[in-house]
Design a protein around this ligand. Structure first.
Ligand SMILES: [Zn+2]
Length: 243
């Protein structure tokens, strides 16, 4: 019997939240003494060992003490429960969708870069990519309302991934502390009207959006200002420790 080769991570990274202060009282957050999802992730170009260290508000009386702030950068690497990166998942989905590639063809194409079986290519396509694309804000409304009630609002993280390096791009709206993917979809353009339409479901919410986190994408920044004019918009900068 062959012994399976071990996967060696090229890098070890511990992600800390990009948000440094409590969204409720404004005091500095303190790191928790445990790690949230600590795993090895295969990406298209590397294998990484990643973990996230949550932070919380130090004041027990503040509603922010119920929040566990996590890194948005860390969250965008891989879906919950998956040891393959979003780049691998989206690459498979794109190949299936645009080139009508079979699982075997996708596998042959990926085999030099990622250790994966043909059946797992099928699994990522059917059980991860398709549900991801089908996710819709209405599906998660009750869960998000409950989260918002518990922690006094929600934290929205926006990001995107372009399998061809340009357009189109798949966009994601996530709730940061729960990891719920609120909405995702292909954006054929990356201009403010496209982003405004994508963010539109966030406007009629009955609960506050405490912070919006995203990168400084030129089309996205004005769209957030238009759709969510009263939200605090913070930009992600990689915030991790390498060791
Ligand atoms: Zn606080």
């Amino acid at each position: 019997m062959r012994t399976p080769k071990q996967l060696y991570a090229h890098e070890r990274m511990i992600y800390h939240p990009e948000i440094l202060t409590c969204p409720h009282c404004g005091d500095l957050l303190v790191p928790c003494n445990y790690l949230a999802w600590d795993k090895t992730v295969q990406m298209l170009d590397r294998v990484v060992s990643v973990a996230r260290r949550p932070s919380r508000c130090p004041h027990a009386t503040c509603v922010g003490s119920r929040l566990r702030l996590l890194s948005a950068e860390g969250q965008r690497l891989a879906p919950a429960g998956s040891t393959y990166g979003y780049d691998v998942v989206v690459h498979i989905g794109w190949g299936r969708q645009e080139s009508h590639a079979t699982y075997r063809e996708m596998h042959a194409e990926l085999a030099s870069r990622v250790r994966i079986s043909v059946s797992h290519v099928g699994y990522l396509s059917q059980q991860v990519y398709e549900p991801l694309l089908a996710c819709h804000e209405r599906q998660h409304r009750d869960r998000l309302a409950q989260i918002a009630k518990q922690q006094g609002g929600v934290i929205v993280a926006l990001d995107g991934l372009a399998p061809q390096g340009g357009e189109p791009q798949i966009g994601f709206i996530r709730e940061l502390s729960s990891g719920v993917t609120w909405r995702s979809g292909w954006l054929c353009q990356q201009d403010p009207p496209t982003f405004e339409a994508f963010l539109e479901p966030l406007t009629p919410l009955d609960w506050p959006i405490l912070v919006v986190l995203s990168d400084k994408h030129t089309g996205l920044v004005p769209a957030v200002a238009t759709v969510l004019p009263h939200s605090r918009h913070q930009f992600c900068q990689a915030h991790y420790l390498r060791n």
